[in-house]
Design a protein. Sequence first.
Length: 124
Amino acid sequence: MADWKVLIVDDEKDFVSTLAERLRLRGIRADEAPSGEEALRMIAADSPQVVVLDIMMPGMSGLDVLKRIKADYPRIEVILLTGLGTKKEGMDLGAMDCLIKPLQIEELIEKINKAVQKEGRATT
């Protein structure tokens, strides 16, 4: 897990900080971005394997960020987060999965593991 690199994108500062810390405690490198714009800058500088992306954010929405990631970095896997229970559009745009908030950390780690394995298969 130490070589896993995950970017968590959410405008809820406390949520993203707590989630990133919980992943770090499990040996996963987790970076944080408070907005879609910042996430795209961070991805351009140092691409993660997986992006955990909130759908509902001010400014650039998660779905807009997802479209850009899939257009510019198609090998990055995206796991969407939503509190609304809607996921169809995100899945249609190329997200690997969509989790409903509040989420269970073990479920997220399981999805990250699947994403890293999928990304690893794509590189061989």
